[in-house]
Design a protein around this ligand. Structure first.
Ligand code: C2E
Ligand code: CA
Ligand code: CA
Ligand code: CA
Length: 276
């Protein structure tokens, strides 16, 4: 630390200790979070960039601990991945999202985030089949969102699992594109329906950052030539919407169109109102 006072060790040690302690406490709490009904899903609208009509929702996980309150998935999902707790939590997410979406009047798509570790389990394809069978949700309405990290370790296993899932008719999208260690090889080996362009590029493009604009243009061109859609993530303003639409993104998602909604509010958007 700059103000030498108690010395470097005193300045840093308590913080490191807190972080480790917090992680330990959260990890223990995570183990029983699902069975204690502390988890729920929110649903964020995904809309067509041109017509602004709803095409579906992305299911986003929320954890409310009775004592610690709301904990962000940006914090607990990586922890669950490291503690090998993401598989049971992810199965609950998949089952819940499918059951909910199966009740909607309108055939909106439901996108579910899947961690790399879940795809390194050969039984995962079976869980997907089970979630579809139990809920009655047509496979075409389910979309799984995976990130590039899936192809990093045990990539061959993940590709085999993804192939089985694709053969059921489930769609696949590539999340957070451009933020990880990109290799374009798997884009030709795996049948993605869409590429999701990270909010950082959307923000940059609307601020006029040349590189961000060039990257979105290139991703859109690549996706088009491979027959894939492109979803711009984290669109917060009209200017950002106009920019990504002009750059050719086919779908948009973000606070400008809707925040992640509680299930009842999401359901209202996909309820057919007869006689209106
Ligand atoms: P993600 O998959 O990239 O999800 C998009 C994140 O951006 C969500 O954060 C969403 O609430 C947020 N977002 C949406 N629109 C806007 C916007 O206009 N502006 C800004 N600033 N943010 C926006 P959230 O819900 O906190 O989730 C964070 C991450 O946690 C997700 O990023 C995903 O990686 C992970 N996650 C969430 N739910 C699940 C899940 O069920 N399973 C797994 N494995 N991961 C999940
Ligand atoms: Ca996602
Ligand atoms: Ca994303
Ligand atoms: Ca993300």
């Amino acid at each position: 630390s700059k103000d030498a006072g108690g010395g470097v060790f005193h300045a840093y040690e308590p913080q490191l200790h807190m972080a480790a302690e917090e992680r330990r406490v959260l990890e223990i709490a995570l183990r029983s979070a699902v069975e204690n009904n502390e988890m729920h899903l929110t649903y964020q609208p995904v809309v067509d960039a041109e017509s602004c009509t709803l095409t579906g929702f992305e299911a986003l996980l929320r954890w409310t601990h009775p004592e610690y309150g709301n904990i962000s998935p940006a914090k607990f999902v990586p922890l669950a991945e490291e503690a090998r707790l993401i598989a049971p939590i992810g199965e609950w997410v998949l089952r819940t999202a499918c059951e909910e979406a199966a009740r909607w009047d309108l055939p909106a798509r439901i996108a579910v985030n899947v961690s790399a570790e879940q795809l390194h389990n050969p039984a995962f394809a079976g869980f997907v089949a089970q979630a579809l069978a139990h809920s009655g949700l047509p496979p075409q309405r389910l979309e799984l969102e995976v990130t590039e990290s899936v192809f990093m370790h045990e990539g061959t296993m993940a590709i085999q699992v993804l192939e089985k899932i694709l053969d059921m008719g489930v769609r696949l999208s590539l999340d957070d594109f451009g933020t990880g260690y990109s290799s374009l090889g798997y884009l030709s080996r795996t049948r993605f329906s869409s590429i999701k362009i990270d909010r950082s590029f959307v923000q940059g493009a609307s601020k006029g950052v040349k590189e961000a604009i060039a990257i979105i243009r290139a991703v859109v061109a690549l996706a088009e030539s491979l027959g894939m859609a492109t979803t711009a993530e984290g669109v917060e303003t009209e200017e950002e919407h106009q920019m990504v639409q002009r750059l050719g993104c086919t779908k948009v998602q973000g606070y400008y169109f809707g925040r992640p909604l509680p299930v009842e509010e999401a359901r209202r958007l996909v309820t057919r109102h007869d006689g209106e």
